[in-house]
Design a protein around this ligand. Structure first.
Ligand SMILES: Cc1cc2nc3c(=O)[nH]c(=O)nc-3n(C[C@H](O)[C@H](O)[C@H](O)COP(=O)(O)O)c2cc1C
Length: 313
């Protein structure tokens, strides 16, 4: 398969494994890279020196390209950016912030920059800031998300209508059929998150992975819009947030209730009741925990067979 996305990253398939806090370390990113996709390290849950370690280990585990996802809310972001430059990582996906802030510095250092957005307006701002490609992420997606609730099915064609640089679709894609649908709508590549959580190489807790496999349609919800909207599984912690909303809470009340390290507690330490368990709506279609290479292979072979089926329509 060859298009602007495979050429931009020098990869075999236009399939990107999303950078995900507490899930995507060097094991997952290198497994996806070795399987022909683009693997991303999730810097959002790593201290700067931990990120350096993951970069070094990833380089040992693969000679294929890989990248780093940098959520710009990160407190130590300057150090993270410096380490990426020092360690000569060539691909960065930025998210949750203004693409103008770091794009020129990264590009001056020969780095390919992609920015994640959830609306047409911000896709165009990212293009203006000089990024090489945009990830447009719909309402279905796991983790932090936009406030507009625009679904992937509507967001992709609307962004495509106006964007000139390559477009990568994210949110609700876990299969080859999903990938094909996104590409028919105008994407040139897909970013897959939730499906890779249920992989053997994801660094999250086994109990969380199993809960993702057990999840059914309707088991996730997007909440905490006043802070940073996030889609999570409806567990005891989620119910306590819903309870708090009945009292008309202030932003400070929500921050206090969220406390520190909820996501780590849930996804990494496996506290399924009190932790924040980030996952997308497509969890209802994820039925097993597999090696990342098998996930890539299955998605690509289903993509190819679905493409043939469609020609018969
Ligand atoms: C557990 C989890 C953690 C995530 N962490 C991040 C993150 O650190 N940075 C980021 O840009 N996006 C993050 N996301 C969003 C993904 O990068 C991706 O865009 C999204 O998962 C795509 O939708 P899907 O889950 O339906 O595949 C996360 C998603 C999940 C499920």
């Amino acid at each position: 398969m060859q298009n602007r996305i495979t050429e931009l990253f020098n990869i075999e398939y236009p399939l990107i494994q999303a950078g995900m806090i507490w899930n995507s370390g060097w094991r997952l990113a290198s497994a996806v890279a070795n399987a022909g996709g683009l693997g991303l390290l999730g810097a959002g849950s790593m201290y700067p020196e931990v990120l350096r370690e993951h970069i070094l280990k990833c380089k040992k585990a693969t000679d294929k390209p890989f990248g780093v996802n940098v959520p710009m809310l990160y407190p130590d972001i300057e150090k993270i950016i410096d380490i990426i430059i020092e360690e000569d990582v060539k691909i960065v996906f930025t998210s949750a912030g203004n693409p103008k802030t770091y794009t020129s510095k990264l590009k001056e250092n020969g780095i390919t920059v992609v920015h994640v957005v959830s609306s047409v307006k911000f896709a165009l701002k990212a293009q203006e800031a000089g990024v090489d490609a945009v990830v447009a992420e719909g309402f279905e997606a796991g983790g932090h998300n936009g406030r507009e609730e625009t679904t992937t099915f509507t967001l992709i064609p609307m962004v495509k209508e106006q964007l000139e640089i390559p477009l990568i679709a994210a949110g609700g894609i876990a299969t080859g059929r999903g990938m094909l649908a996104a590409m028919v709508l105008g994407a040139e590549g897909v970013q897959v998150g939730s499906r890779f959580v249920a992989s053997e190489e994801a660094s999250s807790h086994q109990a969380f992975k199993q809960l993702v496999v057990d999840a059914k349609e309707g088991d996730t919800h997007l909440t905490l819009k006043e802070l940073a909207p996030v889609r999570m599984l409806k567990n005891k912690f989620f119910e306590s947030v819903m309870q708090l909303y009945t009292t008309n809470p202030t932003k400070e009340d929500l921050i206090k209730h969220l406390g520190r390290a909820r996501a780590k507690r849930g996804m990494f330490e496996g506290d399924l009741e009190e932790g924040e368990l980030e996952i997308g709506q497509i969890a209802g279609l994820i039925h097993d925990i597999k090696p990342a290479a098998v996930i890539v292979k299955d998605i690509i072979s289903e993509f190819e067979s679905a493409k043939k089926e469609v020609t018969n329509l």
